[in-house]
Design a protein around this ligand. Structure first.
Ligand SMILES: N[C@@H](CCC(=O)N[C@@H](CS)C(=O)NCC(=O)O)C(=O)O
Length: 397
């Protein structure tokens, strides 16, 4: 019986590879690079034509949903980076609508919103048209715009400490948790169980398209975000270190992470939101954005049980309970799924089906004219190569 956490050194192709035996005894070549794709952004201007068409369609039908005078937050709804931005927005007086997309399809929405310059969610479009990308920048921009609400999350007395912790958590916490969660949730065996959650709050049409393309999308995401079972022990060790460091900051009955420990700051907000997939707070689970603990793959569920019990895990749960809903809110705002209504629905359906046919035709064509390979699967990419871009990944499919 092979254990999921076992690393075996075997003589592989070039005598130097370590092979990791994942769940079910599936071998995988060890790739030790950190999951730092946050620092790399894919150039959407070079998207293949079918994706471009899909993005035009999404754009065409998105505009009516943008409500005058309100900001628009483009999300992959369950994303912890997105809840970070959403939480900060809830703290501000700015009214906003949420424009949620399944993973993969989000690229089409972002292409039109950011003119091809940004491929990750969240993206915030302010009422005057200003586009703000990256959750860290969004929180800080809102702080500058609303000094009396979000601005208070960066108290003068400990501003530098807050900024430093935010930067550390972006990768140490956000990217590591994303790597662990996606490795499990995008595993081919789990794809169908996870799909309804990943599509929660998106239009039925986009959910339909996601479901038709989920294998191809998962393959791309696994490569882009370096989701590998072999990386999980390292991600977990880095998370252990960070949770311990934060626990020290909470020692002596301090209620919050920074300064004299008496004020809720952007560091607490960032920590709690980025840690949410690892502690599963009730406030998020009520919205059914992730499968409940009992339905998660065993290795993932065991990690949740462990991190929940830690002092830092308890802190994250408390931040959700005490600070997640402010200004009279009691739950996450419902995304704006105007695309499911009336004429827009009909048009969107037709356009999506056309682009789906084009995408599928294109993938078949690419598969037909390129030599047989299994795409960017575990263990097959060159460890010393640059990460593939979205364009490369799409081409391989
Ligand atoms: N540094 C970015 C990271 C955002 C990020 O990685 N978002 C993920 C959602 S968890 C995403 O958009 N993934 C899809 C993709 O990379 O194509 C931020 O803080 O906003």
């Amino acid at each position: 019986m092979v254990k999921a956490t076992q690393i075996e050194v075997v003589l592989a192709k070039d005598d130097q590879d370590q092979v990791y035996i994942g769940p079910d005894g599936k071998p995988e070549r060890v790739d030790d690079r950190p999951p730092i794709m946050n620092l790399v952004n894919s150039d959407l201007t070079k998207l293949p034509l079918p994706w471009k068409i899909m993005s035009w369609v999404v754009k065409l039908l998105s505009s009516p949903g943008t409500q005058r005078g309100k900001a628009r937050l483009v999300t992959i709804r369950y994303s912890h980076y997105c809840d970070r931005a959403r939480w900060a927005l809830n703290y501000s007086p700015l009214e906003f609508t949420e424009d949620a997309h399944p993973p993969g399809i989000h690229v089409a929405a972002l292409d039109s919103v950011t003119k091809g310059k940004w491929s990750r969610t969240p993206v915030l479009v302010l009422p005057d048209g200003e586009v703000v990308t990256d959750s860290t920048v969004i929180v800080q921009r809102l702080a500058a715009l609303y000094p009396d609400s979000v601005g208070e999350l960066y108290p003068q007395s400990c501003r530098d400490e807050v900024l430093e912790l935010e930067a550390e958590m972006e990768i140490g916490l956000g990217a590591n948790i994303r790597q662990v969660a996606y490795t499990h949730v995008l595993d081919i065996k789990y794809l169908s169980t996870g799909a309804p959650y990943l599509c929660k709050g998106t239009s039925v049409i986009e959910a339909f398209v996601y479901n038709r393309m989920k294998r191809m999308i998962a393959k791309g995401m696994i490569a882009v975000m370096r989701c590998r079972y072999s990386r999980i022990p390292k991600s977990e060790a880095e998370l252990d270190d960070l949770f311990e460091k934060l626990a020290e900051k909470l020692q002596g009955g301090r209620k919050y992470l920074c300064g004299d420990g008496t004020k809720f700051t952007a560091a607490d907000l960032t920590f709690a939101s980025l840690a949410y997939p690892l502690v599963l707070p009730k406030e998020m689970m009520d919205a059914k954005l992730l499968p409940p603990l009992e339905q998660l793959p065993k290795q993932y569920a065991t990690m949740v049980e462990k991190f929940r019990k830690t002092p830092a895990g308890q802190h994250a749960l408390r931040m959700y309970k005490d600070h997640r809903f402010v200004n009279g809110q009691t739950q996450l705002i419902k995304p704006n799924i105007y695309r499911d209504q009336g004429l827009a629905k009909g048009l969107f359906m037709i356009a999506m089906v056309i682009s789906l046919v084009v995408v599928q035709f294109y993938s078949l064509l690419v598969a037909f004219v390129t030599p047989d390979n299994n795409g960017p699967q575990f263990g097959q990419d060159n460890l010393h190569e640059q990460m593939p871009s979205i364009q490369d990944i799409l081409k391989q499919n």
